[in-house]
Design a protein around this ligand. Structure first.
Ligand code: ZN
Ligand code: ZN
Length: 419
């Protein structure tokens, strides 16, 4: 059998979506040790290392230097390459849809809805890309600091200031090296929209995902129906009433149909692309719905997974001000909580900190510290604070940014406060 252009399209789509899946999800712990996880290592570590070694022999590393400069530009600088690639793929697909499928859709309701659905991704791409995600400046810092309180678990009120911006980082914010600024409630930097997804444009980013899913699912439905109508018209011109039971499942008839006209091949390609890309968008959207449900950003989910690990291993400790401040005057260092000193000798620096006077601004503050097995800490507790409890597990930790479930958190996402 002769290979038609369609075979190449199908092969390309299958290979491309497999690679995208491995690149995007292969790192997840669920795939560790599986073929997906191994393929991810192959793609990200083994093959690049081979490439570098061959290049070093052949060109003395020139190719690597040039390509890493390009990769650096694509990853570390604001640029529209990915957004333009995306818009081009969407526009070309829509062009072929309107050329080959649209004339064969007769239902006026579809003809009304299609242009509206097709337009949405451009609209949300524009809004997500050109809305300020919440760039923090010296001028608006004070107001951003009031937006979210520090929880002293994943955001500490006394953490170091941003090394680039030179100011105190508000809770939930994160510096973006691509956007070159601290962004309020920074979810992640997204190359597709060439912008950070933050406090003010997260809603538009969600709109972008939903509108893309709308185009993909609606598009795969419409293209399939156009093909199916043609299938019936070609193979059962007298109607399907007297047709065999599974008349719609004849593999040979489908192949004949796809090759029968040039437009059937195009519409089949559109149908396959939209059907195969849909699961990727569904996976992204499901992940974000889960984050909203839990009241966290992508950035925070990484912090929470570390907290989960230390808490479930009994290494998350709560530090508070000493109840009785006078005791610090007399036997301060000797007071050492008996049971604790048996399990682990206190780090000398920690001992000094604990015997210091608590600072008045820390009154009533509860600080969570990770204590590792070797006696080291992820950070030292503020001076004068002592260990009051060990967290038994993540269930005992409160996420103060969770407003109480999916709908309340979604409301906060959709109606951010003016700062
Ligand atoms: Zn910064
Ligand atoms: Zn950014």
């Amino acid at each position: 059998m002769k290979l038609s252009i369609l075979h190449y399209v199908v092969a390309f789509i299958v290979i491309f979506s497999t690679l995208v899946f491995i690149v995007l999800f292969g790192r997840l712990p669920a795939f560790k040790g599986t073929i997906v996880g191994k393929a991810h290592i192959l793609l990200w570590k083994t093959i690049p290392a081979k490439f570098v070694a061959i290049d070093r022999k052949l060109t003395g590393g020139k190719l690597y230097a040039a390509s890493s400069k390009w990769a650096d530009y694509l990853v570390n600088d604001k640029n529209w390459a990915v957004a333009i690639f995306y818009s081009t793929v969407l526009t070309v697909s829509l062009f072929f849809f309107f050329k080959d499928a649209w004339p064969r859709i007769y239902n006026p309701l579809h003809r009304l809805i299609i242009p509206m659905v097709a337009f949405q991704p451009y609209f949300y791409l524009y809004l997500s890309a050109f809305t300020d995600p919440g760039t923090i400046t010296k001028a608006n810092l004070a107001r951003y600091l009031e937006l979210f309180p520090y929880d002293d678990i994943i955001f500490y009120s006394d953490s170091a200031e941003c090394r680039t911006c030179h100011f105190k980082k508000p809770a939930r914010s994160k510096h973006c090296s691509v956007c070159k600024g601290c962004i309020a409630k920074n979810d992640h930097h997204c190359a597709w929209i060439n912008n950070c997804v933050g406090y003010y444009n997260y809603r538009f980013f969600l709109g972008f995902l939903v509108s893309n899913l709308g185009v993909l699912i609606y598009g795969s439905y419409l293209t399939f129906m156009v093909l199916f109508n043609e299938y019936k018209a070609q193979h059962f011109p007298d109607g399907t009433d007297s047709a065999p039971k599974y008349y719609w499942a004849n593999y040979r008839f489908w192949i004949l149909l796809i090759h029968s006209r040039s437009w059937t091949a195009t519409v089949t390609s559109l149908c396959m692309i939209s059907t195969l890309v849909s699961p990727l968008v569904i996976a992204f959207l499901a992940q974000h719905i889960l984050y909203i449900h839990q009241g966290m950003t992508t950035n925070e989910s990484e912090k929470w997974s570390e907290v989960q690990w230390v808490a479930n291993n009994g290494m998350l400790e709560v530090y508070e001000n000493r109840e009785d401040e006078d005791s610090s005057e007399d036997g301060s260092s000797a007071s050492g909580s008996g049971s604790d000193s048996e399990t682990r000798a206190l780090h000398p620096r920690l001992q000094a900190l604990q015997s210091a006077r608590p600072k008045p601004e820390n009154q009533g503050r509860k600080v969570h510290i990770y204590a590792y097995d070797d006696g080291s800490f992820n950070r030292l507790p503020p001076a004068g604070m002592v260990k009051t409890a060990t967290v038994p597990g993540l269930y005992a930790v409160v996420n103060i940014y969770d407003r109480g479930g999916l709908f309340k958190n979604a409301k906060e996402v959709w109606f951010p406060k003016r700062v």
